[in-house]
Design a binder for this molecule. Sequence first.
Ligand SMILES: [Zn+2]
Length: 269
Amino acid sequence: MTSISFAVLGSGSKGNASVLCCGPHTLLIDAGLSVKQTQLRLQNLGLSVADLDGIVLTHLDRDHFSSGWAGRLKRIPLPVYLAPGHLGAAEATGTCRKTLRLLDMEAPNRAGSIQIECINVAHDDSGCTAFIFECEGCRLGWATDIGHVPSHLLERFVNLDALAFESNYDRTMQLDSDRPEFLKERIMGGKGHLSNCESLEAVSTIARESQLQKIALLHMSQQCNHPGCVLQLWREQAIHLVDRMILTHQDHSTVMLEVKAAGHQLATG
Ligand SMILES: [Zn+2]
């Protein structure tokens, strides 16, 4: 039986949003697409913005929280879950304080039937939050905009059934691009984004401690990455994981990815 299903509605520097369904509960993970685009892409999956029970934010950069959502949330309130460190940025968007729910960073949180654990990760000045969503014995790890892969993230990302993980850029394409040096440094300096190699190394480590059924690669740069580069790298270095890997897109949604509770409970018995 499927325990969790999720789809990446869109991912990249022009907007990130995903939907997570478990039992009767549906969460939006990041709201970086316009309300209209989010609705259109949800509709293609047989869902609607009206089905959402809440929004979980990794951080408040514009590609993760589109300003139109603040107005929408004033008219139709929904709980917006975020790390305490992002409260100021959320209020600056005009989002009504009453809708904001501060996540406990040290203990599991609950949004309906979905348990949410938070992990602080480095990203620019304000940081970002990685998550473990758990529901009906099924665990989904979520990490985007993480700058580098800290050991405390790898320690927590164990016994997962599925993973969504950023794979932002190909290092050669980044270095050869006509981007200004300060931007390259911002992205590659440990507080920006992960390269394909850094991402695959982390995913391979996580896969050894988990039984991953799905691995969705997030936030692929349109300018400095290419699906062909990612596929080639994975075929060369992680052929055993390729059949579980899903490339996500800026302009369209993935299909609904179904995840079953399995593996790790049996292993302990
Ligand atoms: Zn981003």
